[in-house]
Design a binder for this molecule. Structure first.
Ligand code: HEM
Length: 129
């Protein structure tokens, strides 16, 4: 399971970096044709977070962190999917900042879950997936 966690963790980092770079391009009013790619990569990022949350559940990492990971993923997709219609006009900048912070939260939670799974000491052959 340790290898799976390392692969998931690095995939989260790589996709997270691409999401942030694309996001800042959008912020600079560039590359709008890549918004659908950004959205699907964002959903993939959330699926990776959920996978880590389920692995964490399997090795009995704090239930609070697992539940937070699952719910945060749901919030991220719901918010990202609907953000275009939230607070139009100048106030939309608040929505953009919130979306960015929620997205950073996905990466942070995935890092915490991965670190806790590795520290749990239950990533050996007995729990291999
Ligand atoms: C999971 C990590 C994610 C990160 C780090 C991230 C990051 C960003 C950033 C920095 C921006 C530009 C500023 C802003 O508008 O907030 C942005 C824009 C956007 N993101 Fe994400 N995002 C993530 C996930 C998602 C998901 C899951 C969706 C949709 C399902 C999504 C949809 C969008 C949309 C529609 C825009 C607006 C483009 C525009 O019209 O300006 N994002 N994202």
């Amino acid at each position: 399971m340790r290898l799976a966690v390392i692969l998931l963790q690095n995939a989260v980092r790589l996709i997270g970096l691409v999401l942030i770079v694309l996001g800042f391009l959008f912020w600079a009013r560039q590359a709008y044709s890549l918004v659908p790619l950004h959205m699907w990569l964002g959903i993939t990022e959330v699926v990776l977070l959920w996978t880590l949350a389920l692995l964490a559940l399997q090795v009995r990492v704090t239930l609070g962190l697992v539940v937070t990971g699952l719910l945060w993923g749901l919030l991220t997709v719901a918010f990202g999917w609907n953000m275009g219609s939230l607070l139009p006009g100048r106030a939309h900048e608040i929505v953009r900042v919130l979306h960015f912070l929620i997205g950073l939260g996905v990466i942070g939670l995935a890092e915490s879950l991965a670190a806790r799974i590795k520290r749990s000491g239950r990533t050996t052959a007995a729990t291999t997936v």
